[in-house]
Design a protein around this ligand. Structure first.
Ligand code: ZN
Length: 171
């Protein structure tokens, strides 16, 4: 099932999501399937559960946009272990459509997470994958990418979003 994407302004996006404690359940497998479906429908490379209104620590990533099944990744209760180097590049978010900003991130990132069975694994990514690991883990801690840009730029986005919301164009 494809869920609508929750937009910036909804408090679920800025709440620390709950850790997942029940693994390998039908409910969890369904959630993962729905998250991939919703992410592909929205043409994103990553999606965190709060973005479909589910305040749980689970995210999916596919930096190939559905082109390469090997790139499909499920991260449950992820934590960033190491961050090395720097990259500055454009970043956007399905929950803040229409906006993109230059964001400074680590270039090589290792995250530790659990899979659907509850097994712990580590994943190291560079460049786009490093950015996605940081972006999605942030989501699960209630943090959006705009917290990494200047207050000036953030306020500008807030004002524009408020205007769109007033016009009924931010739902
Ligand atoms: Zn996002």
């Amino acid at each position: 099932m494809v869920y609508p994407i929750v937009k910036y302004g909804d408090p679920v996006l800025e709440r620390d999501a709950a850790a997942i404690t029940d693994f390998d359940t039908a409910e969890l497998h369904q959630l993962i399937e729905d998250m991939f479906e919703s992410m592909y429908a929205a043409k994103g490379v990553g999606l965190a559960a709060p973005q479909i209104g589910v305040s749980k620590k689970i995210a999916v990533i596919d930096t190939s946009n559905g082109e390469n099944p090997d790139d499909k990744m499920v991260l449950i209760n992820p934590q960033i272990v190491t961050v090395e180097g720097k990259q500055v590049g454009e970043e956007g978010c399905l929950s803040i459509p229409g906006f993109r900003e230059q964001v400074r991130r680590g270039r090589r990132v290792t995250a530790r997470a659990q899979n659907a069975k509850g097994e712990t694994f580590e994943i190291t990514g560079e460049d786009l994958l490093a950015r996605a690991l940081l972006h999605e883990t942030d989501h699960l801690n209630g943090r959006l990418y705009i917290s990494h840009i200047s207050a000036l730029k953030r306020d500008l986005i807030r004002r524009k979003v408020r205007k769109l919301a007033k016009a009924g164009e931010w739902t």
